[in-house]
Design a protein around this ligand. Structure first.
Ligand code: PGA
Length: 257
């Protein structure tokens, strides 16, 4: 059965003091693993270790926002998967739309990063999603199809226990616009069917698919109630305890498992 998952993507926000403060406040509220719900936060690289210290012994896992696919070596400015594992990360966000659209990452690069993470023991939150124009032109499924085909190319189904997919419509990220529960469910169902058709029924059934894009306490319940929505990847609302915690509590109240 799928365990609900709420992950906070802090993006390029916080300084040392606010990062550790936020982590400590969340750890105090989530001192042990919640039944049926997994929680993670993904701070910027410089704060992974101090945040890990604050999260120690809590029910909150640590995640990174990016990784490079090469083993440690001469790759100035990059961070290797084994460094993230060493720093205590369980998760790494990959293929986020900001990396695709601002930093120019394509599916071939995301695929190499994804393989490196999954093969070296890091779980990945792979983000996919269409832009507003693509939705208007009714190309949402075609875009999801090509993003999945490219980023999952050659990846063995045996590694899928470390894979989480996040459906993040680009037009809903940081804009205050949210996909309706029906729009989210329909995209999630498409993604799950896609995995079923390329892999198998069990892998598709076990795969967690998160929704991301302006998730807040106010819209969280309706989204998380959808049968194929297994949690949320939260940006803006993950930076404030009083906004993030209610989303975790909603997931806890639903405990789909
Ligand atoms: P948002 O970001 O919740 O601020 O829209 C979500 C994300 O980009 O993961």
């Amino acid at each position: 059965m799928r365990r609900l998952f709420v992950a906070g993507n802090w993006k390029m926000n916080t300084v040392l003091r606010s990062a550790t403060g936020l982590a400590a406040a969340l750890a105090a509220e989530i001192p042990a693993e919640l039944p049926g719900v997994e929680v993670a936060v993904c701070p910027p690289f410089p704060y992974l270790l101090p945040v890990a210290e604050k999260l120690a012994g809590s029910g909150i896992a640590l995640g990174a926002q990016n990784a490079y696919f090469e083993k440690p070596g001469a790759f100035t400015g990059e961070v290797a998967v084994e460094m993230l594992v060493d720093a205590g990360c369980r998760y790494c966000i990959l293929g986020h739309s900001e990396r695709r659209h601002i930093l120019g990452e394509d599916d071939a690069l995301i695929n190499r990063k994804l393989r490196a993470c999954l093969e070296q023991g890091l779980s990945a939150i792979l983000c996919v999603g269409e832009t507003l124009n693509e939705r208007k032109e009714e190309r949402t499924e075609a875009v999801l199809d090509s993003q999945l085909s490219g980023s999952l190319a050659g990846i063995d189904g045996a590694l899928f226990d470390r894979l989480v997919i996040a459906y993040e419509p680009v037009w809903a990220i940081g804009t205050g616009l949210t996909a309706t529960p029906d729009q989210a469910q329909s995209a999630h169902q498409y993604l799950r069917n896609w995995i079923h058709s390329r892999y198998d029924a069990q892998i598709a059934k076990d795969l967690r698919i998160l929704y991301g894009g302006s998730v807040k306490a106010e819209n969280g319940l309706a989204l998380l109630q959808q049968p194929d929505v297994d949690g949320a990847l939260v940006g803006g609302a993950s930076l404030k305890v009083e906004q993030f915690l209610p989303i975790v509590r909603i997931a806890e109240s639903l405990k789909k498992t």
